[in-house]
Design a protein around this ligand. Structure first.
Ligand SMILES: O=C(CO)[C@H](O)COP(=O)(O)O
Length: 162
């Protein structure tokens, strides 16, 4: 049995429908312990992608959740916003290989999707694959990710390259 996850989901108005579908998919998945929906909850909720993306990423950074799935029109704005939160690595990915490498190479905790780019069934499949992936802290990729973390926290990232 693979590990279980606490997942935050969020979206702007463009991603609302897909986010709700993915939240249902995640809740039905035995690998998911808890799904926290940070909105938007309906079309009357006028928060925009940075509002939601930052809130979700902060929940991951605080350790309140292990991972987040964020949806906007393209996935790009959500990724940019989430990546502003220290310790968070987010990426948009709409194909299986990129989703896989986002975890195995980059230790991304946040997957973002574009509701105007990807169909609902592919999105569900990608999220399902994503749940089965875990970063290996002992892998050759770990040193590379550590350089980014070191830079982010004000360390001497340049000296870690040698
Ligand atoms: O896709 C979005 C941001 O990347 C968002 O759903 C739409 O943003 P807009 O084009 O600025 O309205």
């Amino acid at each position: 049995m693979s590990r279980t996850w606490r997942i935050v989901v969020g979206a702007d108005d463009a991603g609302l429908q897909l986010k709700d579908l993915l939240a249902d998919t995640l809740r039905a998945d035995g690998r998911v312990e808890v799904v926290t929906n940070v909105g938007v909850h309906d079309t009357a909720d006028d928060r925009v992608y940075p509002d939601v993306g930052l809130a979700a990423a902060e929940a991951v950074a605080r350790g309140d959740a292990d991972r987040a799935v964020l949806v906007c029109g393209t996935g790009i704005g959500m990724a940019i916003a989430a990546n502003k939160v220290t310790g968070v690595r987010a990426t948009v990915a709409h194909d299986s290989y990129s989703v896989q490498r986002s975890v195995l190479s980059n230790d991304c905790q946040v997957l973002t999707l574009g509701a105007r780019v990807v169909g609902p069934e592919l999105a569900r499949l990608l999220v399902s694959e994503w749940l089965g992936l875990e970063f290996d802290a002992g892998s050759a990729s770990a040193r590379k990710v550590a350089i980014i973390s070191e830079f982010e926290t004000g360390g001497d990232a340049a000296n870690m390259c040698s």
